[in-house]
Design a protein around this ligand. Structure first.
Ligand code: PMT
Length: 404
């Protein structure tokens, strides 16, 4: 997948800079052509001679070549590349990228880049966790950049392993997967004029003013679907539970909700005017029968919360569905995957269901990747693990075939 691909590799001033040699080696081994652009601080950690020996190309660092004073054109690099990868990327470079501080060759190249940009952050945990860094990363994601980070287990603390640069072979595997699914960019605006409802994220079911029943959904899968639909011309209503990510495409209208009942109300109001709905949200099936008006005090050794069933949004839309409308659900399973997915397909009157399983590590909740099967009444298609953007592309291809 990387054979013949032209990659601009940006290297910044981090101790992880030595790992960029391994990244180059992996890329070159797979037939890619690599052009290194390094920041002045990056050169403190690794010498341009080592890098040019590995890439067989002079390393670009200054605006003017030191040897003969010729202008290094960041614009040409931006047009030449099939992808830009910045690894390692320091907090400082992240900040400059987010705010367009074009004071070195790497940032000017980034700002001129026409190809997709992949960023592998590298910093200590405190810098990583700082709200400034987090906000900068969100901004970069919102601009469509891919952030490649080590995955923490979804049950572990959200910060486990964070800040450390992802391992070189995993970074290269990410690029490979991207290019594998990136026929992703070759399609036309096949959803122009369509209106699509998408649900995303978790629901929070209040227990008292400070506590809720929720789940680990980050919204990444649902938001990737919304961006993909909008990119292909559709108008999207994205009914979203509480998430920290933002939609960036202007054709996406976000309706923010918290609980299942709120999501139900928003989704059922919008569905009649839509050609399709994709229900990606991780919705709580039950909610507390009563919400305490004040914070519940710790009294006694045990505590019971009485739960009542929430509405099943998918099943309800399945009943409302009119001829010509397409309804797509998700099945998040931990066991008996196929059987459960088929059961949900029928019970909720879906046209097809997207199965993902928590048994596949590094997929489903919070991860950047997912591994799905699309199941309908006519058969099943299993896909390999891919970034959620590429997964969204596969799902929307299937949807598009059914709308037309
Ligand atoms: O948000 P991410 O971190 O990117 O993670 C993505 C995801 C794992 C949440 C996503 O890929 C996914 O699997 N979403 C569906 C999760 C889920 O609740 O699955 P389920 O098998 O419990 O529900 C089946 C279907 O019914 C789903 O389409 C769900 O949205 C819908 N449902 C469920 C309950 C309910 N009360 N109303 C519903 O509409």
């Amino acid at each position: 997948m990387l054979q013949g691909k032209k990659i601009v590799l940006g290297i910044t001033g981090s101790i992880a800079a030595y790992k960029s040699c391994l990244i180059i080696r992996e890329l070159v081994k797979r037939g890619a052509e690599v052009q290194v652009v390094i920041t002045p601080a990056g050169k403190e950690f690794i010498t341009p001679i080592t890098l040019s020996a590995l890439t067989q190309k002079p390393v670009v660092s200054e605006f003017f070549s030191q040897r003969d004073g010729t202008w290094n054109s960041h614009v040409k690099l931006g047009l030449w590349a099939d992808a830009m990868l910045i690894a390692p990327c320091t907090a400082s470079t992240l900040g400059k990228m987010a705010h367009g501080v074009a004071d070195n060759m790497l940032i000017t190249t980034y700002l001129s880049m026409k190809a997709p940009v992949f960023v592998a952050p590298a910093m200590d945990l405190d810098m990583y966790a700082h709200p400034t860094t987090q906000q900068n990363m969100q901004m970069l994601k919102g601009f469509g950049n891919h952030i490649i980070e080590p995955q923490s287990g979804f049950l572990a603390s959200g910060l486990e392993g964070k800040g450390r640069m992802e391992e070189p072979e995993k970074i290269v595997a990410y690029l490979e997967r991207y290019f594998a699914g990136a026929s992703a960019t070759a399609d036309a605006a096949d959803l122009t004029g369509q209106k699509i409802l998408i649900t995303a994220g978790p629901t929070y079911e209040k227990i008292d003013p400070v506590r809720f029943i929720g789940n680990y959904s980050s919204g990444k899968m649902g938001y990737a679907l919304a961006e993909e639909c909008a990119r292909r011309g559709a108008k999207v209503t994205l009914v979203s539970g509480p998430v920290s990510i933002k939609a960036s495409h202007p054709r996406i209208q976000v309706v923010s909700v918290e609980s299942c009942v709120e999501m139900f109300e928003a989704a059922t109001a919008v569905f009649p005017s839509c050609q399709a709905a994709i229900l990606c949200a991780a919705v709580a099936d039950f909610r507390p029968a009563e919400v305490a008006a004040q914070k519940i005090k710790r009294v006694g050794q045990t505590m019971d919360i009485h739960l009542v069933p929430n509405p099943d949004i998918a099943a309800h839309l399945g009943q409302m569905k009119q001829p010509g409308q397409v309804l797509v659900g998700f099945a998040l399973e931990t066991n008996d995957e196929q059987q459960n997915a088929h059961h949900k397909l029928e019970k909720k009157n879906l046209d097809f269901i997207v199965l993902n399983s928590l048994r596949n590590a590094g997929t489903c909740f919070q991860s950047d990747d997912n591994q799905i099967s699309i199941i309908s009444r006519t058969g099943q298609h299993d896909y390999e693990r891919k970034p959620k953007q590429a997964v969204a592309h596969d799902i929307i291809d299937e949807l598009s075939r059914r709308i037309h």
